[in-house]
Design a protein around this ligand. Structure first.
Ligand code: ZN
Length: 159
């Protein structure tokens, strides 16, 4: 990942913040963990941190062709969300970074859709209402009717 060096660059502290946030993206965040838990409960099987797919979706099932991105509202600019604020200082710098993020998110989603994937974005703030999120994911993700009842989570259901 390159950064715009040099002329009238932003304050070093902003650049550090930017780099720190970029790195944080890789970790198991609480919203990610909650989302995985719901998907498990809905009977989905999946892999996390799918580096072999465009954009490394946080959660995906390549055979069932779906991918879920769990996005921070601030960093990925959740539209209309109170968390998607813009710093007053170095506004231009941040706007540029945010726009680049959004453009990348769109590009990646398009690539996946072109491969026939259902692509969903779960926003960080959605994980505050888990019932609503479960309802949404149940509606928007095709249920896993494939054979074999062993889900990695261990909930073996027999009927
Ligand atoms: Zn939000």
């Amino acid at each position: 990942m390159t950064d715009t060096e040099g002329k009238r660059g932003p304050a070093a502290s902003d650049r550090e913040t930017f780099l720190r946030m970029s790195r944080q993206r890789q970790k198991d965040t609480r919203p990610e963990i909650l989302t995985r838990r719901i998907l498990h409960r809905l009977g989905h099987r999946f892999r996390i941190a799918n580096r072999d797919l465009p954009g490394s979706p946080d959660i995906a099932n390549r055979h069932r062709r779906w991918a879920v991105f769990v996005h921070g509202c601030y960093w990925h600019r959740h539209e209309g969300c109170p968390r998607a604020t813009t710093p007053k200082r170095n506004r231009e710098f941040w706007m540029e970074k945010f726009e680049a993020n959004q453009a990348r998110d769109r590009r990646v989603a398009d690539k996946l859709r072109n491969r026939g994937f259902t692509v969903l974005t779960v926003w960080e703030c959605e994980t505050r209402d888990l019932e609503a999120l479960e309802e949404r994911l149940g509606r928007e993700l095709p249920p896993d009717h494939s054979s074999g009842a062993h889900s990695k989570g261990g909930s073996l259901r027999r009927s």
